[in-house]
Design a protein around this ligand. Structure first.
Ligand code: PLP
Length: 447
């Protein structure tokens, strides 16, 4: 319809992660409003948001307290910065809360606005720290195949997904990648999970030795890989990684952008997997994405050399206009208070069995291969379709789910789920009932 909202979207907006020529013809889904775990499009059709937006809307789409806090902060002090010696209450309050709730002893917080920015900054700070210590050659960063850390130059380079590298002249040559710890995808014929873990850990150590341990500054990892397709690590993997990093004096950066603040049934996935990071990168559920907000949280081992160096050269030469934005940090603080008050981390832990059980039941469908997950993040792996392009099965299922009133996300052969943390047991049943109907529909169309 000419001049409809859909037509104007096609005319004026450039969308990433779509085939642009196809999008010009088909257009997109315009979401107009939200409430609880639901969003509604411009035709009035309601969907369960099974992905919490982009893995992020912990409190669902209608939390009035966040709107009230944002309004009050805008009226009191709509903007101020934390650029040099100037600062303000909301950023201080949230920084204090993050240090107190961190899963390991941490020292300082610096706020940014997106997960990509936070990872980029952490990367710069890793290099700054190496320079401060006089370790001028210790600059390489190890990411992982299928890891995702964002789309800015450094974060996209640490990312291990071809679509974020190809055609962008990335990765930067300081960024190298080690094997992905997903047993379902990379386990060899006849290889046990324990053997797989040992092999993947050996890959990491071999890479470090090949490159030279003195050249490697940090290892980057999501506790559970999200955008790579909800890839849960095998038992013993994280303990093994840490042992190797300690042996070669390599920093560990845990990217908790998706997992942080309850997703895995603990406040941080570092607790779920016994990870002891030097740097924590957080975003998304920190504000339920009601405001753009992210942060890096660093320990003393990380902070002290940076402070020493800035003492020598005068300043730590960095800073964003929006770092610690008062409205964003006020909303973040209120959001985390609500997560605690309503025990939403406990909700994720209590519902884990039901959520993973529901996924396992769906995996019995003839079109499905297996399921996996932890807390309230999971995936249903489809059997690849013979003669079709890779990922077609999960794409068809995702489209059928949307028809049935459920938004979820297909990644390669998997359909991913990451519902708001406020979801109830009944709503999990509703969500998976949509998937069951969608599976039957796709099966009928294939027959
Ligand atoms: N890190 C992880 C683990 C993510 O999942 C994402 C986004 O999905 C990012 C970083 C990048 O965050 P942003 O999209 O806010 O830049």
């Amino acid at each position: 319809v000419p001049n409809s909202i859909e037509a104007r979207d096609i005319a004026y907006q450039l969308h990433p992660n779509v085939n642009l020529r196809k999008y010009e013809k088909t257009g997109g889904l315009v979401i107009e409003s939200g409430d609880g775990i639901y969003v509604t499009d411009t035709s009035g059709k309601r969907y369960i948001e099974g992905m919490a937006g982009l893995w992020s809307v912990a409190l669902g789409f209608g939390e009035k307290r966040l709107a009230e806090v944002a309004k009050a902060q805008m009226e009191k002090l709509p903007y101020y910065h934390t650029f040099s010696y100037k600062t303000h209450g909301p950023s201080i309050d949230l920084a204090e809360m993050l240090i107190k709730m961190a899963p390991v002893p941490m020292s300082k917080v610096h706020f940014t606005s997106s997960g990509s920015e936070a990872n980029d900054l952490a990367c710069k700070m890793v290099w700054y720290r190496s320079n401060a210590l006089g370790l001028k050659d210790k600059k390489k960063i190890i990411g992982r195949v299928k890891g995702y850390h964002g789309v800015t130059i450094a974060s996209a380079s640490i990312t291990g997904l071809p679509r974020n590298h190809e055609s962008f002249d990335l990765p930067l040559d300081r960024m190298i990648h080690t094997s992905c710890p997903s047993y379902v995808h990379f386990g060899l014929e006849g290889e046990s999970e324990t053997e797989f873990t040992a092999r993947i850990l050996k890959d990491l150590e071999d890479l470090i030795l090949k490159e030279g341990p003195e050249t490697i500054a940090a290892f980057w990892g999501e506790p559970v890989m999200g955008a790579g397709g909800v890839l849960t690590p095998p038992a013993g993997y994280w303990e093994g990684v840490q042992e190797i990093l300690n042996k070669y004096d390599i920093l560990l950066v845990a990217d908790e952008v998706i997992c942080g603040f309850g997703r895995t049934g603990k406040m941080f996935a570092c607790e779920t997997f016994n990870i002891k990071p030097d740097v924590l990168v957080v975003s998304k559920q920190i504000s339920s994405s009601y405001m753009p907000l992210s942060a890096i949280i660093v320990n003393d081992r990380f902070y002290q050399p940076i402070a020493d160096e800035s003492n020598r050269i005068g300043v730590f030469g960095h800073g964003f206009t929006a770092s610690g934005h008062p409205v964003a940090t006020a909303v973040g603080l209120e959001n985390l208070k609500i997560i605690q008050e309503r025990d939403l981390v406990g909700n994720a832990a209590r519902l884990e069995e039901k959520f993973l059980g529901g996924l396992a039941k769906l995996a019995e469908h003839p079109l499905a291969h297996s399921s996996r997950g932890v807390g309230l993040i999971g995936a249903l792996e489809m059997k690849p379709w013979e003669g079709a392009a890779a990922g077609d099965a999960a794409a068809a299922l995702s489209a059928a789910c949307e028809e049935e009133g459920l938004i979820c996300r297909n990644v390669a052969e998997a359909l991913c789920f990451c519902p708001p943390l406020i979801i109830t047991a009944e709503q999990i049943d509703d969500m998976f009932a949509c998937v069951a109907r969608a599976l039957d529909k796709v099966a009928a169309a294939r027959a």
